[in-house]
Design a protein around this ligand. Structure first.
Ligand code: FES
Ligand SMILES: [Fe+2]
Length: 375
């Protein structure tokens, strides 16, 4: 079945640091996009194929603030117009020689692209990743490619019951399956929250917290916004303590589909504890390599291959069972499917409610929490 992607939505195109004066390209919802910075440092996004013979422009060069096609040398301005044809006596290019330019917003150290109706592009309708630029915190981050349909990865992130099995010995703890799980919908924002009191600390977190050996209260609060922008608030604190007493990080998990079976995964760990210690940064990097690259990625890609053997791309195309732990993924899929049906409208404003810093107690809820599932 051909999958549909939300059209009128912001997609993360890159981390800010990925886009430089060098020509770079990335396939986003099936379109190849050329990304670079102009002389003022502003990020630019254009179609990455030349209207002459479809040569990919990222193989070309920037000359005098113009993109020169690598094949026959047409040159394009940063607004997409063809400004020079070396094969015409006066350098004139046909009017139809033009590249589409896409709106970009650079915010929270991320670059977001709009590929829908131009009049619906609202730069204020972005999910909040302000923690990325909080001067009190440090961050490690990167981009990985997963050969799977993006909703399978969303399922993985909104159902963290898998940590006990996929990430045993690193992030796993039996306290996770014993804990409680709430799914909250606020507008089109979905939270999948796990509260795991008085249990063993996941080994990686205990290690980061000075080899902490005692029982802890453990929380994993995941926020989701369409199409697939997630922020995890995860930590441990001594039993009965506040979140501030403990050790915690924000995990950024933003997914941008390249196509039906390939996804760009923008990951980040933003943290306060040990923010000036290179060893802490290295430990976070290592944990991500082990957990995401060596553990999540293989199981999700194997899941994708198993679906493809049944001529399916996504789990909704085969007969499958749902467990209580799937409440988060199920809710996000309901919201996403409704947005797809309303495809002519833009994705509504995310509900960027208070995060970790504003919560008093470790399991504190906000007044307006609307629990849609509780296990
Ligand atoms: S393909 Fe670009 S100038 Fe010919
Ligand atoms: Fe995982």
């Amino acid at each position: 079945m051909t999958k549909q992607f939300l059209k009128n939505a912001w997609y993360c195109a890159a981390w800010s640091t990925e886009i430089t004066r060098n020509l770079f390209h990335r396939v986003i919802i099936g379109r190849d996009i050329l990304l670079f910075r102009d002389g003022q440092g502003d990020a630019i996004a254009l179609n990455n194929f030349c209207p002459h013979r479809s040569a990919p422009l990222h193989l070309g060069r920037i000359i005098d603030e113009q993109i020169q096609c690598p094949y026959h040398g047409l040159r394009f301005a940063t607004d997409g117009t063809c400004v020079h044809n070396p094969h015409h006596r006066d350098g004139v290019a046909p009017d139809s020689a033009r590249l589409e330019r896409y709106p970009l917003v650079e915010k929270d150290d991320l670059i977001w692209i709009w590929m829908g109706d131009l009049q619906l592009a609202d730069p204020t309708a972005l999910p909040d990743f302000g923690c990325h630029t909080n001067p009190a915190m440090a961050r490690v981050s990167g981009t990985i490619t997963i050969d799977a349909y993006y909703e399978l990865i969303t399922d993985n992130l909104l159902d963290l019951s898998h940590v006990e099995f996929v990430h045993a010995g690193i992030l796993g703890s039996s306290a996770v399956s014993r804990g409680s799980h709430e799914v909250i919908q606020d507008g089109t924002t979905v939270w999948s929250n796990r509260w795991c009191p008085n249990g063993e600390a996941p080994p990686a977190l205990a290690k980061a917290f000075g080899d902490y050996k005692d029982a802890v209260d453990h929380w994993l609060y995941m926020r989701w916004d369409a199409p697939a922008s997630m922020l995890l608030d995860v930590g441990i604190t001594p039993v009965g303590g506040t979140r501030r007493d403990g050790w915690w990080v924000y995990g950024t998990d933003i997914l941008t589909p390249a196509d039906e079976t390939t996804t760009h995964y923008f990951w980040g760990i933003t943290y306060e504890y040990g923010k000036n210690d290179p060893a802490v940064a290295a430990a976070h990097e290592k944990a991500v390599q082990r957990a995401f690259v060596q553990q999540d990625k293989p199981i999700i890609e194997a899941q994708q291959r198993a679906l493809q053997l049944r001529n399916a791309t996504d789990i909704d195309e085969v007969k499958s069972i749902w467990l209580d732990t799937d409440a988060g993924p199920k809710r996000a899929r309901l919201v996403l499917n409704k947005l797809l049906r309303d495809g002519q409208n833009a994705v509504p404003q995310p509900r960027n409610r208070p995060l970790h810093d504003q919560r008093e107690t470790a399991d504190a809820k906000d007044q307006q929490d609307r629990v849609v599932s509780c296990v």
